[in-house]
Ligand binder design. Structure first.
Ligand SMILES: *Cc1c(COP(=O)(O)O)cnc(C)c1O
Length: 399
C-alpha cells in the first residue's frame, strides 16, 4: 500500500508544481448568485445555471412529486425495469421542445456523448472534431475506435481539408463505406464563442458527412423558441445528432440526444452508457422536464432577456475597466490571463474579496491559456455585476 500511495503522491507533487492542482470546495447552499463556503457568503459568477432554474420552485416541486410517486431510485437500467414514466415524459417533452422526431435521455451529458458517438461510428469510420470540443466528445471519439482528425477551431477552410482527405480514402474491400462524423459545440464552453454552424452544415452536405452539435451552452439561450444555436442559425434539418445537457440552463441533471426515430432506436439498442447503467433517479428526470417547460414558457423568454441584460452590463463595465472582450454575446465571458499561476492567484484574490470565479487551467484549456471564466445567469442583478467588476478592478491593480 505505501508503495502505491508513494507513487500517487509523486504524481500529485508534479501536478502542484505545474500550478495545476485542484481541490473540492464544499458549498453549503443552493446554486445561486450567493453561495456559502466555509461559513462565508460569496458572490458567485461560476455557475452554468444560466437561467437560474436549479433552485426554481417549479423544478423543486416536480422533483418532490416524482420522489413521492416514484421513490428515490429507479432500481434498474432503462432496458430492464427502470424505464419510469418521468423518463418517458422527459423524452417526449425534449423532442417536442427541440422539434425532432424523438429523443433519449442519459444520466449525464458526458454519458450521452460517450454512448452516442460510440454507437454511431466504429473502427472503419472517421470522426472530425473542432479542436476545442468538450472532453466528453474527445473521449467518446477515441473510444469509438474511429480514425480521429482535428480541425482548427471554428475554421471552415481546415475542416474542408479534413473532409477532402477523408473523402479520398480508398474504400476497404468487403467493408461498408466509411462514415464521416463531424462534431462541434455550438457555443464553446471555455471561450463563449459561436460555431459557424451554417458553413459547417454546407461542408458536411458537400462531402456527405454527418453532423453532431453539442448545445450544452446554447439550449435555453438562443433561437426564437430558445432551443439553441441550431434554431438561431436555422440548420435544424441538417444536423443529424443534437446533443445536450440537462444540468446547465435546464436546471437539473442528465444529458440527451435528439434526432430521428431511427437514431434514437439505434441508441436504445447500442449506446453502452445508456444500456449498462441504472436509469437516472425519477426526481432528476421530472425536474429536467419542468426546467424545459419553464424555458418554453413566457417566463423563459423573460429570463433569457434578463440574462442578456446582465451579460451586456457586465461586458460594457469590463470594457470600461480596460479588459479586451469579444463582441460575441453568450453567457460565458472569459478573461484571458495566460499563466496558470497568475490565473489561480487572481481567483484567490477575488475570493478574499468575497467573489467566486473559477481559474480555468490545463487540461480544461491549453497550457498558457489560463483564464477566469465568468458566467452570467438570469438570477444575477445589475448590482451583482457592479460588485464583481469592482472586485476585479481592485484585484487587477495589485497584479
Ligand atoms: C457540461 C458539458 C457536457 C457534459 O454535460 P454533463 O451533463 O455535465 O455531463 C458536454 N459538453 C459540453 C460542451 C459541456 O459543457
Amino acid at each position: 500500500m505505501s508503495g502505491f500511495d508513494g507513487e500517487l503522491r509523486r504524481e500529485l507533487e508534479a501536478i502542484r508544481k505545474g500550478g495545476l492542482h485542484r481541490e473540492l470546495r464544499r458549498v453549503d447552499s443552493p446554486q445561486s448568485p450567493q453561495i456559502e463556503i466555509a461559513g462565508r457568503t460569496f458572490l458567485n459568477f461560476s455557475s452554468n445555471d444560466y437561467l437560474g432554474l436549479s433552485n426554481h420552485p417549479a423544478l423543486k416541486e416536480a422533483a418532490i412529486k416524482a420522489v413521492e410517486k416514484f421513490g428515490a431510485g429507479a432500481g434498474a437500467s432503462r432496458l430492464i425495469s427502470g424505464s419510469l414514466a418521468p423518463h418517458h415524459e422527459l423524452e417526449e417533452t425534449l423532442a417536442a421542445f427541440k422539434g425532432t422526431e424523438a429523443s433519449i435521455s442519459f444520466s449525464t451529458g458526458y454519458a450521452a456523448a460517450l454512448g452516442a458517438i460510440t454507437a454511431i461510428v466504429g473502427k472503419n469510420d472517421i470522426v472530425i472534431l473542432d479542436k476545442l470540443v468538450h472532453a466528453s466528445i474527445v473521449d467518446a471519439a477515441r473510444l469509438s475506435g474511429a480514425t480521429l482528425r482535428i480541425f482548427a477551431h471554428n475554421d471552415s477552410v481546415d475542416l474542408e481539408e479534413k473532409l477532402l482527405w477523408a473523402g479520398n480514402l480508398p474504400p476497404v474491400p468487403g467493408k461498408a463505406p466509411k462514415r464521416i462524423l463531424v462534431v462541434t459545440e455550438s457555443v464553446f464552453s471555455m471561450g463563449g464563442d459561436l460555431a459557424s454552424l451554417r458553413g459547417i452544415a454546407d461542408l458536411k452536405d458537400k462531402y456527405g458527412a454527418w453532423l453532431m452539435v453539442d448545445e450544452a451552452h446554447a439550449t435555453g439561450l438562443f433561437g426564437a423558441h430558445r432551443r439553441g444555436l441550431i434554431e438561431e442559425f436555422d440548420v435544424a434539418g441538417r444536423v443529424e445528432v443534437q446533443l445536450g445537457t440537462l444540468g446547465k440552463a435546464c436546471g437539473a441533471a442528465g444529458g440527451y440526444i435528439c434526432g430521428s426515430r431511427a437514431l434514437i432506436d439505434l441508441l436504445v439498442n447500442r449506446a453502452r452508457s445508456f444500456i449498462f447503467s441504472t436509469a437516472p433517479v425519477p426526481a432528476a428526470a421530472a425536474a429536467a422536464r419542468a426546467g424545459i417547460e419553464v424555458i418554453q414558457s413566457a417566463e423563459g423568454e423573460v429570463l433569457r432577456q434578463h440574462l442578456w441584460s446582465v451579460v451586456d452590463h457586465l461586458k460594457s463595465a469590463l470594457i470600461e475597466a480596460g479588459w479586451a472582450l469579444s463582441p460575441i454575446r453568450s453567457a460565458i465571458v472569459p478573461l484571458l490571463i495566460g499563466k496558470e499561476e497568475q490565473a489561480t492567484a487572481i481567483a484567490a484574490a477575488l475570493r478574499e474579496r468575497g467573489v467566486f470565479v473559477p481559474a480555468i487551467r490545463y487540461p480544461t484549456v491549453a497550457r498558457g491559456k489560463a483564464r477566469l471564466r465568468l458566467t452570467a445567469t438570469a438570477a444575477h442583478t445589475i448590482s451583482d455585476v457592479a460588485a464583481l467588476v469592482n472586485a476585479l478592478t481592485s484585484t487587477k491593480a495589485l497584479n
